[in-house]
Design a binder for this molecule. Structure first.
Ligand code: HEM
Length: 215
């Protein structure tokens, strides 16, 4: 079950990374998006390219960081990948994402949804970084689970978009809702399942300890 979950995670994360590299590395800018988004991307080229290529670093490196065997055997690799994940992926991708959120398609609802996502992505990344600086592994793990669940908004968004299309919901209506639905459920699952229930079910003392200290 765990192995299946990890394989699915790699498949989805690499699928979105592959799409991003193909669509923005090899096709003319905005070829595969709504014409209004294409216009907006053309007006903010640095912002969108910085966002996409930095975020690709996060979504590509992230899944490796959750493989316990890799973490334990190659601690230095885990550290360097973590630095690239946070320093390039989350920091650059998040700042550029926040900038692009102010021009997002779908009006104020989309702009707010993506802006809050970007702020939380940056905030959870900062908390994970500060936790590991003070050698607090439990808090680091919990903040990284939250942070990576937000990275996976890129996956959820690209699952919900075709579903809304198949359901016949006009893009103009679907997109603002998806700007929220792509990350709020992820964060809930991260919190309720991975940060609370899972450590409890597996009998690790960390969850209770961390909950007591309010992390
Ligand atoms: C988690 C924080 C993220 C935020 C706040 C965010 C925000 C945004 C925003 C605002 C746009 C422009 C949408 C519009 O103009 O309507 C965008 C586009 C895009 N983002 Fe992100 N994003 C995030 C994560 C990611 C990740 C992890 C990837 C992975 C590669 C990614 C890949 C893309 C791509 C490829 C586009 C262009 C639109 C498309 O082709 O689908 N984003 N993002």
């Amino acid at each position: 079950m765990k192995r299946f979950g990890i394989c699915a995670l790699f498949f989805l994360a690499f699928g979105v990374a592959g799409y991003a590299v193909f669509a923005y590395g090899f096709l003319p800018l905005g070829s595969l998006v709504h014409p209004d988004m294409k216009v907006s991307f053309a007006a903010h080229k640095v912002g969108i390219y910085a966002h996409i290529f930095a975020s690709v670093v996060a979504i590509t490196l992230g899944p490796f960081q959750f493989i316990a065997g890799l973490r334990q055997r190659f601690v230095r690799v885990h550290r360097w990948m973590g630095r690239a994940y946070l320093g390039i992926g989350v920091l650059v991708g998040g700042c550029a994402g926040l900038y692009m959120a102010t021009f997002a398609f779908g009006g104020l609802v989309s702009k707010l949804g993506f802006s809050l996502l970007a702020v939380l992505w940056l905030y959870t990344g900062l908390r994970a970084f500060l936790a590991i600086r003070r050698r607090d592994l439990i808090a680091h793990r919990r903040w990284m689970v939250r942070n990576f669940s937000l990275t996976l908004a890129a996956v959820t968004l690209r699952i919900l978009l075709p579903i809304s299309g198949i359901a016949g919901i006009p893009f103009e209506l679907a997109y603002p809702a998806i700007a929220w639905l792509c990350w709020v459920p992820n964060l809930l699952v991260a919190e309720l399942f991975f940060n609370r229930a899972l450590p409890f079910l597996t009998g690790r003392p960390s969850a209770a300890a961390a909950t007591r200290t309010g992390r």
